[in-house]
Design a protein. Structure first.
Length: 367
């Protein structure tokens, strides 16, 4: 029986050890696979009319996953070479990455079931090292949005080219489901992000973080779509269950992404060596996909292990680096607008390099 080729259809649910406890004892949590959250398309550029509906199909990938993954989060793994993260309240023990919306840890695969399916053993043998990104309180939708961009980039043939494989977004509500009855989130220093302490905004009781296309509607105490964005004809954004999903201190949820584990983040030295090559070429690939990454700092540009590098059809070679952290990305309505804005973002990462001691880089003529 042939192994499933679409990595986004591998896992229907995951059983994760290390994130939760029950009555002080460590217990695994079961998270179910969920569909991703489509973005509306930004139509505010000078080459786009003030559209209400666009012809791009924003539908999330249809799910038909097969296996259950059982894994353990590793809090004892050493930091990747070149990643020197000092302790502070927002940095849980040995996180590979951390920020406002999520915490990233290595993930040790324990088993794949059903064990009587020969494809499970084949997949177990072929899986590369994995990691898990755990949403901080209030940012579940951000990870669901990030999952959509991984799907979109995969459909464009860019998985392994400029971004790693993502196996989907998984979600559970603690204390309300049969399998997670009395569980509590138990991640080192996770209380730093506690949603119960205060809302996302100080001036109103709203506990769900806005996405880039949203603004806070104080009249209705909800998040509303900006007039500079448009849905598709299927209303993929408007009809998504994530659009009206809200979080509160009364119900604890846990949302995660499972992804391939990459290497160390880019350094100033790496940037200066790669600026005229991989860095600008990767932004060129993004322009072809109508995507603005919006957060191209060095911690979000990671080295790709040799086994995971994939040939880029546009540049006729494999890139050494991949972008991660797509939750702030925007989908644009045309290539011209995208290239214009990517020029600004490419200059921004050059400015970032200068701010941390590097040499300012000039752009090539492609953008």
């Amino acid at each position: 029986m042939a192994l499933i080729q679409d990595h986004t259809q591998f896992f229907a649910r995951i059983h994760v050890h290390g994130l939760t406890s029950e009555n002080g004892e460590r217990c695994p949590i079961t998270l179910e696979r969920h569909i991703s959250f489509p973005p509306p398309v930004e139509v505010s550029g000078h080459d786009c009319p003030d559209l209400k509906v666009i012809d791009i199909d924003l539908s999330p990938r249809t799910l038909d996953p097969v296996f259950d993954l059982t894994a353990r989060v590793r809090f004892d793994s050493p930091q990747p070479k070149g990643q020197n993260i000092e302790w502070n309240p927002s940095n849980p023990k040995n996180a590979l990455g951390y920020g406002r919306s999520g915490l990233v840890f290595p993930l040790e695969v324990l088993s794949i079931s059903p064990s009587n399916d020969p494809r499970a053993a084949d997949l177990m043998a072929q899986l590369p090292p994995l990691c898990i990104k755990v949403a901080t309180p209030g940012y579940a939708r951000s990870l669901a949005r990030e999952a959509w961009f991984y799907e979109h980039l995969d459909a464009k043939g860019l998985t392994g080219v400029i971004t790693p494989r993502c196996y989907g977004v998984f979600h559970a509500a603690l204390g309300t489901s049969r399998s997670n009855t009395d569980l509590k989130v138990d991640i080192p220093n996770y209380n730093y992000y506690s949603i119960a302490k205060r809302p996302i905004w100080e001036h109103t009781l709203h506990y769900t973080a806005p996405l880039s296309e949203e603004h806070y509607d104080s009249k209705n105490n909800t998040l509303a779509l900006s007039r500079y964005f448009a849905d598709d004809r299927k209303c993929s954004y408007k009809s998504s269950p994530w659009r009206l999903f809200s979080q509160s201190p009364k119900v604890t949820t846990l949302t995660v992404l499972v992804m391939d584990l990459l290497g160390e983040p880019m350094t100033v030295k790496d940037f200066e060596e790669e600026w005229d090559g991989d860095v600008q070429d990767m932004y060129d690939d993004l322009a072809r996909a109508f995507i603005l990454h919006q957060d191209g700092r060095f911690p979000n540009v990671l080295r790709v292990p040799n086994h995971a590098q994939r040939h880029c059809e546009s540049h006729l070679r494999a890139h050494k680096w991949n972008f991660v952290d797509w939750e702030n990305a925007n989908l644009q309505c045309d290539t011209v607008t995208t290239r214009h804005r990517l020029r600004t973002q490419a200059l921004d990462i050059s400015d970032y390099s200068s701010s941390v001691g590097g040499v300012y880089g000039r752009l090539r003529g492609w953008i």
